[in-house]
Design a protein around this ligand. Structure first.
Ligand code: C5P
Length: 236
């Protein structure tokens, strides 16, 4: 089975507060999305990369260097939420994916992914029947509030066994397609924020593979500085 990458990049990045969508903001010398595209496109174990953008996206073509053009297909099928974009992307790449091919879904907003982390995920899931994701054990002490009193802690949530999910999240094409289809049928596509959730809804247990702090998600403006720190230096 081959390994295919699918990058949802159809968000507007409202929380960044910028003029252009965050995946096109400059980060360490190039648009944020280009980091992930290059990491996948130059990885020997990734057969092909698909990127999902919105129908009216006017930036993606400017990123397509000749080297990227040969290894990346643009799917203009972005939807209202990340999961819609992933589901639409899976359906749009149907003709080029076998049921048993692995799909690595990776957020454009995680520019710090590197080849070694991809290798770690691929190696850990070799021969696995379900698939899995990069994730980090939670280190913070966690507090729960409630709707009645959102600014006061109600209780402390034990962090044992809790992980913060990262991407890539890697599953067999047919399994992920079925999982997202079922979530959509049940009207639950909107409540999930990653791909592993849909697999869990089928009663399956995705493998947790240790990720890295350098693979952080750039959500707020201040995250960009930290992402640049990792991209510019030889940091673990
Ligand atoms: O906004 P957030 O950082 O959670 O988005 C995660 C990823 O999903 C980003 O790469 C973003 O571009 C993508 N996305 C998408 N379609 C949407 C919303 C987000 O492809 N409607």
């Amino acid at each position: 089975a081959r390994h295919l990458a699918l990058i949802p990049a159809a968000g507007v990045g409202a929380r960044m507060g910028g003029q252009i969508p965050k995946q096109y903001m400059m980060l360490a010398g190039q648009p944020m999305l280009q980091h992930a595209l290059q990491t996948f496109a130059t990885h020997a174990r990734i057969a092909h990369t698909f990127v999902v953008v919105s129908a009216e996206d006017g930036w993606i073509d400017t990123l397509m260097t000749p080297a990227l053009q040969a290894r990346v297909s643009i799917l203009r099928v972005g939807g209202p939420t990340r999961q819609d974009s992933v589901f639409n992307g899976l359906n749009a790449m149907r003709a080029e994916a076998g049921d048993a091919d692995w799909v690595l879904v990776h957020d454009a907003a995680r520019p710090g992914l590197d080849a070694a982390l991809i290798d770690r995920l691929l190696d850990a899931l070799e021969g696995d029947e379900v698939g899995g994701l990069l994730a980090l054990p939670v280190v913070d002490t966690l507090k729960r509030s409630d709707a009645q009193c959102p600014a006061r802690s109600l209780e402390t949530v034990p962090r044992a066994g809790l992980w913060a999910a990262q991407t890539p999240q890697m599953f067999p094409y047919a399994l992920l397609q079925r999982a997202l289809h079922q979530a959509q049928q049940q009207g639950r596509l909107g409540e999930i924020t990653d791909d592993a959730s849909a697999i869990e809804m089928l009663g399956l247990r995705p493998r947790l593979v240790e990720g890295s702090p350098r693979n952080l998600k750039v959500t707020l403006a201040q995250d960009a500085a930290l992402a640049e720190f990792f991209l510019k230096g030889p940091h673990a």
